[in-house]
Design a protein around this ligand. Structure first.
Ligand SMILES: [Ca+2]
Ligand SMILES: [Ca+2]
Ligand SMILES: [Ca+2]
Ligand SMILES: [Ca+2]
Length: 386
């Protein structure tokens, strides 16, 4: 490749992907998404992605469906009674090595009204799979114009919690994807985010597994190499299950939101932003702390609007995963301004800017079944809309 063509290539990439200078992938958090109508599907919003994935002007969805064999064995009516049954789960872990215990890709076209329509004929190639994915995160990871995906997987969800590998799904032409292993060792990977840690123009991947924050550097062609340069090597993040990357203090350097269980006996992670710098190196010495909310110590997600943060929470302690709360925090003084509480709703996993069927801009969950904390923000107050 001649030098001129090389630079022409660089420019076209810059023009095609208008990433902000700090190059965190806030593709969906910064844009207005449409609420997906999952009526009649049994889908779980955390394992769903919807966008124009093949660039034909209409939207598609990918859903990660857990295997019926896994569900029947681990998530049956006796789950609570078998919680400490080591022999039963030892056998289950062994059985779960079989590929027919892996989650599968369900691809569909979305209808005009954003409901899930007919099957979309996409190929997901490769032998790799995982038993229990915890998220599907869209991001541009290679150099074509089709979205790619990160799938953090936490694995068999009962004692001894053996963990498993996480996956990357890379576009390879239209309606065609190659699935490969992202991680070097199995763990309880629970969430991920993307940013350009090494500044080479390719988005890299951050995973959290309730122990560590792990960075995987992207060569731009779907090869990822772990790097321990960006977080303190011996720091423990026990109780951390969620990460996001955004520039909370508007200094041009991306910051890392780390959250999870604030008040759990197995690990307590205060809700923080680790503040970035020129070299994208993070430590607890440079962080801001989000105040807790009594009774809602499980933190799922965050979104930023101007100088405001909206922190999405659910119940903890004796009301674990019950109800949902949005905590409005001022970035300027780090105080809780207000709380929007819904004790009746199921927990909501992620928070977005979205436009509903009537075109109204609001904040809330991804699907029509996660509307329990939907609100309009007038610049000062959260106005619930249900
Ligand atoms: Ca499409
Ligand atoms: Ca791609
Ligand atoms: Ca990079
Ligand atoms: Ca920053």
């Amino acid at each position: 490749m001649s030098r001129n063509r090389f630079y022409a290539g660089l420019f076209s990439v810059v023009l095609l992907l208008p990433l902000p200078s700090h190059a965190a992938d806030q593709l969906f958090k910064n844009s207005v998404i449409d609420e997906v109508d999952i009526s009649g599907t049994g889908y779980y919003g955390r394992l769903l992605v919807a966008e124009d994935l093949n660039n034909d002007g209409a939207k598609e969805s990918i859903y990660l469906k857990l295997s019926p064999k896994y569900m029947e064995y681990v998530w049956n009516k006796d789950r609570a009674a078998r919680r400490q049954d080591k022999a039963y789960h030892k056998k289950g872990v062994k059985l779960s090595k079989s590929p027919d215990w892996f989650a599968s890709f369900v691809s569909a076209s979305l209808r005009q009204d954003n409901s899930v329509g007919a099957r979309w004929d996409a190929s997901f190639n490769g032998e790799e799979g995982c038993v229990h994915p915890s998220q599907i995160i869209p991001a541009h990871l290679n150099k074509d114009e089709f979205l790619d995906f990160i799938i953090p997987c936490h694995g068999y969800d009962a004692i001894p919690f053996p963990g498993e590998h996480s996956l990357v799904v890379m576009s390879d032409g239209v309606n065609n994807y190659n699935v490969s292993r992202l991680t070097k060792r199995p763990s309880f990977y629970h969430d991920g985010a993307t940013a350009d840690f090494d500044g080479d123009g390719n988005l890299d991947i951050l995973l959290v597994d309730a122990k560590k924050l792990r960075v995987f550097l992207n060569d731009g062609n779907g090869k990822f190499t772990p790097s321990d340069k960006y977080f303190p090597q011996f720091a423990s993040w026990k109780g951390a299950y969620s990460v996001e990357i955004l520039d909370v203090n508007d200094d041009g350097y991306f910051d890392v939101f780390v959250a999870g269980h604030e008040d759990d006996k197995h690990g307590r992670q205060p809700t923080v932003f680790l503040l970035g710098n020129k070299r994208n190196k993070f430590s607890r010495k440079q962080q801001i702390v989000i105040p807790p909310v009594q009774g809602y110590g499980i933190v799922m997600d965050v979104i930023k609007e101007g100088k405001n943060l909206f922190v999405l929470r659910t119940g903890s302690g004796n009301r674990v995963y019950q109800g949902a709360v949005v905590q409005h925090v001022s970035i300027e003084n780090l105080e809780t301004i207000n709380i929007l509480e819904n004790t009746k709703t199921h927990h909501v996993d992620r928070i977005f800017r979205k436009s509903d069927a009537s075109g109204r801009l609001k904040f809330g969950g991804f699907t029509n079944k996660e509307t329990g904390i939907d609100f309009i923000f007038d610049g000062e107050n959260m106005q619930p809309v249900r």
